[in-house]
Write a protein that binds this ligand. Structure first.
Ligand SMILES: *Cc1c(COP(=O)(O)O)cnc(C)c1O
Length: 361
């Protein structure tokens, strides 16, 4: 038997979640965000399963080429555009669409001056203050793009990104929308603002293209609650098994640095999963873990390859019993809150040594 850790990826849940996107944004095109290896779920199998998406979005040329090499034909957007001028030829050759967020990227396109059709997305900084042209620069940048033969044969679309969409009532959301619309002015050709949190906020406009990431994977982007409340289903379930069950005595400490001590004589289970697999090392004592579908609190430090759990409510537990770290039965969002992080980071952190097992059900 091999080490029992696995990330089970339910592609049917992915389809369900894309349908939830469609219900929330029925009049918008969907750009499915599959950057960072589809948030750890496997970029190629996830992209291949997203047949109903209108386009895919990634963070780099390398990520896009991985999809093209795997036979993905859909439009692909590079969300941060080019990192250097020498990426341009390959991007054009592979029919990639480019975000243009700064003067230098604009200059690279002007210097290249090719005539193959090029679709670009002009990024406006409406309040995130990370990437993008200021609203005042927007019109001028748009005109410079429109002057390029390649872009005339292609298109210019507009995008911006919200900083506080995970808090639907945050005033910055309205401010950024107003800023976006003012910057775009009369060029309402094609606009994109909504990430998952904005898609899931019914009072927000969805514009022409929505850009769901985390909700496709079944987790809620909101500060509170979980994906199930939006009809989302977890795509990844991270599983392993108990590899030992030990009878311990009151007062014995468990694991590195003696951070947890048995309050009574009790059973401790050892599960084959650790930070070497992407389970967060900073998960505190008491973090929920499912053993045989029942909650068993984490007891002691997370090791590289193992964790220990309190089995005092499972006297019959034995080596080989199934353990779930997150996914079906235990929302990644809730685990993330215990660990002071977000589901995004948990998913992206699942390491390469964890096999991804794809199922349709
Ligand atoms: C990652 C990303 C998204 C997706 O965000 P979620 O919160 O995962 O829905 C959307 N737009 C841009 C520009 C991104 O970088």
């Amino acid at each position: 038997m091999t080490r029992p850790v696995r990330a089970c990826i339910n592609l049917q849940a992915l389809g369900n979640n894309l349908a939830v996107v469609r219900r929330h944004a029925p009049d918008s095109y969907v750009m499915a965000v599959v950057k960072a290896n589809a948030y750890g779920h496997g970029a190629l199998p996830v992209s291949a399963a997203l047949t109903d998406a209108d386009a895919l979005a990634v963070a780099s040329l390398e990520e896009a080429l991985q999809l093209r090499d795997g036979g993905i034909q859909k439009d692909i957007i590079l969300l941060e555009g080019l990192f250097s001028a020498d990426e341009l030829n390959e991007a054009i050759h592979n029919r990639l669409q480019l975000v243009v967020h700064c003067e230098q990227q604009l200059a690279w396109l002007e210097q290249h001056n090719a005539d193959t059709a090029l679709h670009v997305w002009l990024k406006i900084d409406t309040g995130m203050h990370r990437l993008g042209f200021s609203p005042q620069q927007a019109e001028h940048a748009w005109q410079r793009l429109q002057a390029l033969t390649a872009v005339q044969a292609g298109s210019v679309r507009w995008l911006s990104h919200l900083a506080c969409a995970d808090e639907p009532d945050h005033p910055l959301n309205q401010q950024q929308q107003a800023c976006f619309e003012a910057a775009i002015n009369s060029h309402v050709e094609s606009r994109s603002l909504a990430n998952s949190a904005m898609i899931l906020t019914p009072t927000h406009p969805q514009y022409d293209w929505v850009r769901p990431g985390i909700m496709l994977y079944g987790a809620s982007p909101m500060k509170a609650g979980d994906g199930a409340s939006f009809g989302l289903q977890p795509v990844m379930t991270l599983e392993t098994r108990l590899i030992a069950v030990q009878q311990r005595l009151k007062g014995e400490s468990i694991g590195y640095s003696q951070t947890w001590t048995c309050p009574q004589d009790m059973l401790i289970g050892i599960a084959a999963i650790g930070y070497g697999d992407g389970y967060p090392r900073h998960a505190p004592n008491g973090t929920p873990v499912l053993v045989n579908g029942t909650m068993a609190p984490l007891a002691g430090r997370v090791s590289m390859d193992m964790i220990c759990v309190d089995l005092s409510n499972q006297p019959d537990a034995k080596a080989g019993d199934p353990v779930t770290l997150w996914g079906k039965g235990l929302a990644a969002e809730s685990l993330a809150r215990h660990c002071g992080t977000i589901s995004y980071e948990l998913f992206c952190g699942v390491t390469e040594r964890v096999p991804r097992i794809y199922t349709e059900a």
